[in-house]
Design a protein around this ligand. Structure first.
Ligand code: SF4
Length: 430
């Protein structure tokens, strides 16, 4: 009965994909109409995004790095990056930034083909990436609009201290809420915010259930390539929305159906039920060759069981949930706990936990040229995780949205040698 079950799973997957597609398309239509409808638009970044607060003022969030990765997936980033480099942005600059700047200069038509509105506010929650700050400086020059810079203390000692938390709450009260009141003409409504935070927590529960389903054998999901789609709504504009809740309910249901049927994920190459290698991945994916990259794994029946990238917009699987009973405090906790705000020992511990708890056969670091925030220290992480787990790791290099830095042959060779090495170790019994 394998084939009908897989067809059923495929049909259910289509349902969640359809929900997500509709949500994204409606969101971009609302953004396009914003200059006429006078709905304020807040540009912000994925890590540390305060979507519930933004939406509680009736404003719409717009996330430049989501536009950049979408442009990468749709084959548009090469030209945008070339345009930014022509304008003088160096080859070393994060390619998300250059892709975004190139898109703005080319008329600001977003990845779905609709025009993007100008920001009414730039909201930067500084969660460990210096580039975010420089990026918004460029956009501020472009748009000459108000900016709020929330300073989120780095978890240097591995915790967000009480005074750090209070520092963030104070800034939300003194800087952010007044700025949102000004652009929206609305007063801060804590009850509305609590309601949205409650919706966030529901969606977060379902997302964690989905991500942790990869502990099963076979894993019913791919927790890197597939998870990119799963985290999409919660990492972008839909946390705290009814649509977000509906999406994660549908997703959980279809993953549950695959679990019950003992099936693996549906990949672009078909179902991956027969899984020979369980891998943990650190680092963001490459977007320009996303399907080709994924296929390198599925060709070898390798499934990704956990990844750090799927935590970049919120580390929920270690227990954090947005808490409607403490609206401002929970936002401070969320920002402080973002992956890019966690120190090296914390990231190593996370990888070690994943390798052990998800019974991985190996772990791979995809070191991305553009992103210092992820790449710094990755070789040290590799060695440390190897030491703690007794499993050798693999290291490859690529880029986010610059197709010049994706060398398919090199990556394929590395990956194949690595999987063969896992085989050899199995046969050798170590
Ligand atoms: S450097 Fe990395 S974390 Fe920072 S904006 Fe670029 S991709 Fe994002």
């Amino acid at each position: 009965m394998g084939a009908p079950a897989s067809r059923e799973a495929e049909a259910q997957k289509d349902q969640s994909m359809l929900i997500q597609k509709r949500m994204i398309s409606e969101h971009f239509k609302q953004l396009e109409a914003a200059p006429e409808t006078k709905v304020p638009v807040v540009y912000t970044f994925v890590p540390g995004n305060l979507t519930e607060l933004i939406r509680s003022f009736g404003a719409l969030p717009l996330l430049p790095e989501i536009n950049a990765l979408q442009s990468g997936m749709r084959g548009k980033s090469r030209d945008y990056i070339a345009e930014a480099e022509r304008l003088g942005h160096s080859e070393d600059v994060c390619t998300y930034v250059k892709c975004d700047i190139g898109m703005v200069k080319a008329g600001n038509i977003g990845p779905t083909g609709t025009r993007l509105p100008k920001p009414d506010l730039l909201l930067l929650s500084y969660t460990g990436c210096y580039t975010f700050m420089k990026w918004f400086e460029l956009l501020r020059e472009e748009y000459d609009c108000p900016t709020v810079f929330l300073q989120i203390p780095y978890q240097g000692d591995g915790v967000l201290e009480d005074e750090h938390r209070q520092f963030v709450i104070d800034q939300i009260k003194s800087d952010l809420i007044p700025a949102l009141e000004k652009i929206s003409g609305k007063k801060y409504d804590e009850e509305k915010l609590r309601h949205y935070l409650g919706l966030s927590a529901q969606a977060e529960d379902d997302l964690v259930y989905v991500l942790q389903s990869a502990k099963r054998k076979p894993s019913p999901i791919d927790a890197y390539f597939g998870a990119v789609y799963y985290v999409g709504p919660i990492f972008s504009a839909f946390r705290g929305t009814e649509d977000g809740v509906a999406y994660y309910k549908a997703l959980r249901k279809e993953v549950q159906a695959r679990m019950d049927a003992g099936l693996g994920p549906i990949t672009p190459e078909g179902p991956l039920d027969d899984q020979k290698y369980r891998i943990v991945v650190e680092g963001p994916p490459n977007w320009t060759h996303f399907r080709e990259f994924w296929k390198m794994f599925t060709d070898w029946n390798a499934v990704i069981v956990a990844s750090t990238y799927s935590k970049v917009g919120g580390v929920y699987d270690f227990g954090f949930r947005h808490n409607p009973d403490d609206p401002l405090g929970t936002m401070a906790d969320y920002c402080g706990g973002c992956y890019t705000n966690i120190n090296m020992p914390g990231r190593i511990e996370m990888l070690e936990t994943y390798v052990k708890e998800y019974q991985a056969d190996g772990f791979l670091i995809n070191s991305v040229k553009s992103c210092n925030s992820f790449s710094a220290g990755q070789l040290m992480m590799l060695r440390e995780v190897e030491k703690r787990t007794g499993i050798p790791g693999a290291f490859i290099e690529s880029d986010l949205v610059d197709p010049r830095y994706f060398s398919a042959a090199n990556i394929k060779n590395r990956l194949e040698s690595y999987l063969q090495m896992i085989d050899a170790r199995r046969q050798g019994g170590n």
